[in-house]
Design a protein around this ligand. Structure first.
Ligand code: ME8
Length: 663
């Protein structure tokens, strides 16, 4: 086999190959989106990447559904694979290779691996008397069963099998697998998964049954057509097929070992973390660099989201919901779902998926923070420098340093697969950008005739948005492209490369093209009201709670003089926090144009999240007598519409300076 190559090794990234008995769901989409982001990142860094996903077709459960459908297994799988390809395309997943276990090339490699291990004695024939879980396609030991002979993973009843079968001598590799994992901390990640695998290994690996009676679908055992290869043994070999094992030595040298194999935590301990390394050791092959097992998406009630629980989340429906509620394009909605999945939960941990959470982040992070910075900056460039971003030195606001610091943080996060940390770092930069606009007040610089400074400030802002777009491109490719388009960068033929994250490398004389807002705001108050109305039909109690309060008959008239006593002012919420010991109150820090911001306690917590309020402009009753509420001194009141539970904030319909009088 060719072993030396001067060419840089290709970064080989895999997802599991998915059972095609059903369409993609949130779990399969999560792994594949994450892998896609990583592949995009490394491609942007100039690396040669091979990102692979595919379909696992020889499972018994796939065959069962195929039979029910009236199609043969092959025709059924062909149809399902089309659905997967369509779904991945829609989710902006740019894989390099989609492998199917029914392809000839793969079947050939499975036969060759099986024959090799039979010859070396690592596979032998014996009788299998034991348990099998069809939905999980897993052979189980008696001591692993749950109560009432149920599967420890899916809790469904298992069946017994008694058959002549072939066994893989996994027990012979137990200690070596353990040694590898112990000596290479990066082999199994995150740490919690590594511990799970090590504790699974401490019980010692048992020899694994790797065949079953031939159902007329699958890869036949070489020399024994009465049996086919066990679906997991078959499936894991896909990673070798793609690398050209036994077919193309040059390709194998270029690709092996895989740099990153991603999967959900359920298929780590028994399969990817133990059986797979044992198979590779038996074949004399190097183990992957990193196997990463991410967490599960759970429902609001804390159950794993899965088909068997009937609580599946369809990513397509989530994309449609974002389009419907916001009016953004489908491409932007797809990117918003990708963003939500990677921002909401630390990669590796479990998290709860909720449509409200997705729409909330669309508003607060994408429309408010990212969209706001872009939508404020472009009109300023149009207004003050005729729409052309002039080359200039740094604006002196410290933004260039923050850009550099953010890029370094982002790189460290990518290396650690910390998507959430990476996005948080970018969001801190966006917040700094928004603050920079407020502090450097380009409108004042214009009024004061400080054109050099004004040009520099606008350049700094556009440059910061440009770098943020590069950093976000792996997660939100369409959004990043749209931002570049609006900055006038695409016209210059500039490709997004990571090395251009350097602050100050925005090419001179870009002409901005302000388009429609990329993230139209969702009317959350209306959404809540609709939800409340839907709830009304269900319970009388909910109905009562959501009714607007009756108008008080006793409200009398006030004179104009009395009205004039009210000091209403525009305020900007700088910070918000819950008031301890109550579900209703929030403590807001509000800038009302005075030397110091005020603290205002407001009964908004039932209707608004802290995140939603930060950065929002509000109307404050500034001359309300201070009052101490739950130990916090409140200096004013924030106006909101609605009854006991507020429905909507009263906000100015365009940006105003904090402290502006409201009449
Ligand atoms: O396991 N949250 O295929 P599969 C997060 N064919 N991830 C989830 C999830 C959830 N609620 N539910 C499922 C197979 N997943 C095999 C792989 S590879 C050689 C063979 C993840 O279609 C789950 O952890 O059942 C796994 O990574 C994938 O979705 C399920 O894929």
């Amino acid at each position: 086999m060719a072993t030396s190559s001067l060419k840089q090794k290709t970064r080989y990234i895999t997802t599991p190959i998915y059972y095609v008995n059903a369409s993609p769901h949130i779990g399969t989409t999560y792994t594949t989106v994450a892998a896609d982001c990583i592949a995009r990142y490394w491609r942007m860094r100039g690396e040669d990447v091979l990102f692979v996903t595919g379909s696992d077709e020889h499972a018994q459960k796939v065959m069962q559904v195929a039979e029910e459908s009236g199609l043969g297994p092959q025709a059924f799988c062909d149809q399902m694979v089309e659905a997967y390809l369509g779904a991945w395309e829609r989710m902006h997943i740019g894989y390099d290779r989609f492998i199917r276990t029914s392809e000839d090339e793969h079947r050939q490699v499975v036969s060759a691996v099986f024959a090799k291990l039979l010859e070396s004695g690592d596979i032998y024939k014996d009788t299998y008397e034991g348990w099998y879980c069809v939905p999980c396609e897993t052979y189980l030991r008696e001591d692993e069963l749950g109560e009432g002979n149920t599967c420890p993973d899916c809790a469904r009843e298992v069946s017994t099998l008694g058959q002549e079968a072939y066994f893989f001598r996994a027990s012979a590799y137990s200690n070596e697998v353990m040694r590898e994992i112990e000596s290479r901390p990066e082999l199994i990640a995150p740490e919690s998964r590594r511990n799970e695998v090590l504790s699974f290994l401490r019980q010692g690996l048992q020899d694994t049954c790797v065949s079953r009676a031939n159902p007329g679908w699958g890869v036949e055992i070489p020399g024994d057509p009465s049996q086919t290869v066990y679906v997991w043994f078959d499936a894991l070999i896909n990673y070798l097929t793609v690398a050209g094992y036994g077919l193309d030595d040059g390709k194998m040298a270029q690709l092996w070992p895989p740099d990153l194999q991603l999967m959900g935590k359920d298929i780590m301990p028994r399969f990817h973390g133990t059986l797979w390394p044992a198979m590779l050791l038996a074949l004399g092959l190097e183990l992957p660099r990193t196997l990463f097992g991410h967490g599960w998406w759970m429902s609001a009630t804390g159950d794993k989201i899965s088909k068997s629980k009937g609580n599946v989340v369809d990513p397509n429906a989530e994309v449609d919901l974002v389009v419907e509620e916001s009016g953004c394009t489908t491409d932007v909605a797809v990117d918003a779902v990708r963003y939500y999945m990677l921002r909401e939960v630390t990669f590796g941990l479990d998290g709860a998926f909720s449509s409200e959470g997705l729409l909330g982040r669309f508003n607060s992070d994408l429309a408010n923070d990212l969209g706001n910075l872009l939508n404020r900056t472009l009109p300023l460039i149009e207004r003050y420098v005729d729409g052309t971003i002039k080359a200039a030195g740094p604006g002196g606001g410290g933004l260039a340093e923050q850009v550099e610091d953010t890029v370094q943080r982002a790189e460290a996060c990518w290396a650690a697969l910390d998507f959430r940390g990476m996005l948080e770092a970018v969001w801190e930069l966006l917040a700094a950008g928004n603050k920079f606009v407020d502090e450097r007040a380009p409108w004042d610089l214009h009024k004061q005739g400080k054109h050099v400074e004004l040009t520099a400030v606008l350049y700094d802002l556009a440059d910061t948005i440009r770098v943020a777009a590069i950093m976000l491109a792996p997660v939100m490719p369409s959004v990043a492209e749209e931002i570049w388009q609006q900055l006038g960068l695409t016209e210059n033929g500039t490709q997004m490369r990571w090395e251009d994250c350097e602050a100050g490398s925005l090419p001179p004389d870009c002409v901005v093209h302000r388009g429609q807002p990329i993230f139209p705001r969702i009317d959350m108050a209306q959404l809540r009201q609709r939800a409340a109305e839907n709830g009304e039909a269900e319970t009388a109690e909910a109905s009562e709670a959501s009714k607007p309060e009756k108008k008080s008959e006793g409200i009398g008239m006030i004179s104009f003089d009395e009205f004039q006593k009210l000091d209403l002012r525009v305020g900007k919420v700088l910070d918000a926090d819950r008031v301890e010991g109550t579900d209703k109150l929030l403590q807001l820090t509000v800038d009302v144009g005075e030397d110091e911001p005020r603290t205002v306690v407001a009964g908004l917590a039932e209707a608004f999240s802290v995140r939603e309020l930060i950065g929002e402009q509000v109307v404050v009753v500034a001359n309300l007598e201070p009052a101490t509420i739950r130990g916090v001194q409140s200096q004013g009141m924030v106006l909101a519409a609605g009854g006991k539970v507020p429905q909507a904030l009263i906000i100015p319909d365009r940006d105003c300076e904090p402290g502006e009088k409201v009449r």
